[in-house]
Design a protein around this ligand. Structure first.
Ligand code: AMP
Length: 178
């Protein structure tokens, strides 16, 4: 069964996806992760996406939709979890068309609801591993050794878009567009 996870930034989509991947052997398609990988690899896609991400804005629909279409094409028939897509009505319609073309269906769309003051606290205390991307939280889910990833020993850093000013724009963008 294919799943779509909805919810504001900081609701825990990535955390829940990681659990589903581990326990149900599903494939996670996270648009945020795909963009961060493209930025790390300094591709044209990454350069374009970074302009929007750094400001807490959505990357234009056409760019995201092409990227997801490619990710779905690469997925070799495993059940998938969409994490962070769709985020606009245009994206949702495009998803339906893509799935129709492939005779695929979404079995469940799960909405993770979290109060907004809790989101701000979670996002400002989130830390991610520079190397493997694992996510921790200084308050709710700290690493065993401060600043060090439990999985790979990499350095934990704060995402550029987890700074308070950018978070406020991201939450507003979510309210307005998603
Ligand atoms: P996330 O890791 O899901 O919080 O995404 C980080 C950033 O990537 C967002 O703030 C957007 O700038 C961009 N992004 C991720 N998914 C999408 C999407 N479906 N549509 C537009 N922008 C996206």
């Amino acid at each position: 069964m294919n799943i779509v996870l909805f919810g504001p930034p900081g609701a825990g989509k990535g955390t829940q996806s990681a659990l589903l991947v581990e326990h149900l052997k599903m494939v996670q398609i996270s648009t945020g992760d795909l963009f961060r990988a493209a930025i790390k690899n300094q591709t044209d896609l990454g350069k374009k996406a970074k302009e929007f991400m750094d400001k807490g804005q959505l990357v234009p629909d056409a760019i995201v939709i092409d990227m997801v279409a490619e990710a779905l094409d690469k997925n070799s028939g495993s059940s998938f979890i969409l994490d962070g897509f769709p985020r606009t009505v245009v994206q949702a319609r495009a998803l339906l068309e893509m799935l129709d073309r492939k005779s695929l269906k979404v079995g469940k769309a799960v909405f993770l609801e979290v109060p907004s003051d809790e989101l701000l606290a979670r996002l400002t205390s989130r830390r991610v591993c520079k190397d493997c991307g694992a996510t921790f939280n200084l308050i709710g889910m700290p690493s065993k050794k401060a600043g060090i990833c439990d999985n790979c020993g990499g350095q934990l850093i704060q995402r550029d878009d987890d700074k308070e000013e950018v978070i406020k724009t991201r939450l507003k963008t979510y309210e307005e567009s998603t």
